[in-house]
Design a protein around this ligand. Structure first.
Ligand SMILES: *[C@@H]1O[C@H](CO)[C@@H](O)[C@H](O)[C@H]1NC(C)=O
Ligand SMILES: *[C@@H]1O[C@H](CO)[C@@H](O)[C@H](O)[C@H]1NC(C)=O
Ligand SMILES: *[C@@H]1O[C@H](CO)[C@@H](O)[C@H](O)[C@H]1NC(C)=O
Length: 346
């Protein structure tokens, strides 16, 4: 009996002790595995809720702040730098297999603030807010004077190239007749040759090429339970000679994957016309989280500000330590935030 009581006490002891004796937890660093797991979860959420443009990959965790709510219950605020990949949002390739677009392809960066809850080890996104922008043309031209720059998605040459490329594909392929969903990105080069390269998302209609020739107006996008999305890349050489290359890939039916058609996308208001005059789809509009605009915008500025002094102090302390002679091999701890750059900085 005594032994049993002792055993019960022993089992209960850690739980009893934990609360009063727990030291304040060390602040999470941006490159800690727990931060990376939260960031990965957030990025998947953001891509899962994007309706236009491309999937984004994590480039750097800029900041993380954890606000404990109770036992095994934390609220996490993350600031993330993302980079555009070559996978369109309708592309079923898992993000880990998507290539981040290189700097010379005129990179597009996304900035996201995400509020997560971690309850009993399980993450959920409470709010998220993103926007994206292309790298400045000056930056790109400085590094790569001949690189083609992103062009407006409604540029006349871009539209002409997309139309020509889609016609070319539709008249020379055994695929069903494809209809344009959205232009993803476009670049124009003037020197040494004049060329236009475009990328666009498409969807299969219920017509074959022959049926479309007879009556294209009757061709409709397939209903949701049969939808078949795809993606085309095309390049058109205009000078010194004319040439057109197009390559389209249909992904096959993906249950549950839908595309918000223009006019039906009331949530974010992004119809292709909204991208008019812009070189990239804005993640702010492409990515739809109704909670974000209310809670994230009001909560982020203060939380971000209050997190900064901690990082600064750590850096200052590390600098202080450096003045003291250290045994050979001493490496000062890296500052907890921002974290490492995974691809490149723009
Ligand atoms: C993704 O990459 C992994 C590892 O390289 C590979 O095993 C897997 O087949 C790839 N998946 C797809 C869908 O490409
Ligand atoms: C495609 O669907 C539309 C609307 O349902 C229909 O009017 C048309 O005949 C169909 N076309 C073909 C080739 O089946
Ligand atoms: C592209 O869209 C912008 C904004 O709507 C408009 O001002 C511009 O004239 C358009 N350009 C072309 C070539 O249609």
């Amino acid at each position: 009996m005594k032994a049993l009581v002792a055993l019960i006490l022993l089992i209960q002891l850690p739980a009893h002790r934990a609360a009063p004796a727990a030291p304040p937890p060390a602040p999470l660093g941006c490159d800690d595995p727990e931060s990376e797991a939260a960031a990965e979860f957030a990025v998947n959420y953001i891509n899962g809720h994007s309706h236009h443009g491309y999937k984004f990959a994590l480039n750097r965790i800029d900041n993380i702040r954890v606000v404990p709510q109770g036992l095994n219950n934390d609220i996490m605020f993350l600031e993330l730098d993302l980079l555009e990949t070559t996978c369109h949002i309708l592309n079923p390739t898992p993000l880990a297999n998507c290539t981040v677009r290189s700097f010379t392809q005129h990179a597009v960066e996304g900035d996201c603030d995400v509020k997560l809850q971690k309850l009993d080890g399980k993450l959920s996104v409470l709010a998220s807010k993103c926007h994206s922008h292309a790298d400045s043309s000056e930056d790109l031209l400085q590094m790569c004077p001949d690189c083609p720059l992103l062009a407006s998605l409604n540029n006349t040459e871009v539209l002409a190239t997309v139309t020509a490329a889609l016609n070319e594909h539709n008249s020379n392929s055994a695929d069903p007749y494809l209809q344009l969903l959205e232009i993803g990105r476009a670049r124009i080069q003037y020197h040494p040759a004049h060329s236009v390269s475009v990328e666009f998302a498409v969807a299969a209609t219920n017509c074959s090429a022959g049926e479309a020739k007879d009556n294209v107006e009757a061709c409709q996008l397939l209903p949701e339970d049969q939808s078949n999305f795809g993606f085309c890349t095309a390049s058109r050489l205009i000078r010194p000679s004319e040439d057109l290359r197009v390559d389209c890939q249909l992904y096959g039916h993906q249950p549950g994957v839908t595309y918000s058609q223009p006019g039906q996308d009331t949530s974010a208001g992004l119809v292709p016309s909204v991208a008019q005059g812009f070189t990239n789809h804005n993640l702010r509009l492409s990515h739809n989280n109704p909670v974000a605009s209310e809670s994230a915008s009001s909560e982020f500025p203060s939380s971000v500000l209050s997190a900064k002094p901690v990082a600064k102090r750590a850096v200052a302390e590390a600098a202080q330590h450096d003045k003291v002679p250290r045994p050979v091999g001493f490496v000062p701890p890296p500052p907890p935030c921002p974290g490492k750059i995974r691809h490149f900085s723009i």
